[in-house]
Design a protein. Structure first.
Length: 72
């Protein structure tokens, strides 16, 4: 599991809270509209924020037949 947020402080907080629950996903402080090539391709992409349009970088990183969930 991977998660991205543009705010490093929120990533650190999420990492600490998830670790306290026994979870250790890969978390990145980065612009989610950009690529994460070191971890791609993904079989699922879930946006937990509203986006005005699907970034093409997300489409390029999604496996053929993969699932993307996002809300405008």
């Amino acid at each position: 599991m991977f998660s991205v947020d543009i705010e490093p402080d929120l990533v650190d907080l999420a990492r600490a809270r998830l670790a306290a629950l026994g979870y250790t996903p890969t978390l990145a402080a980065a612009d989610g509209a950009l690529r994460l090539p070191e971890y791609a391709p993904f079989d699922r992409i879930f946006a937990t924020c509203a986006v005005p349009a699907i970034p093409w970088a997300w489409v390029e990183q999604l496996l053929t037949g993969g699932t993307m969930l996002a809300e405008p």
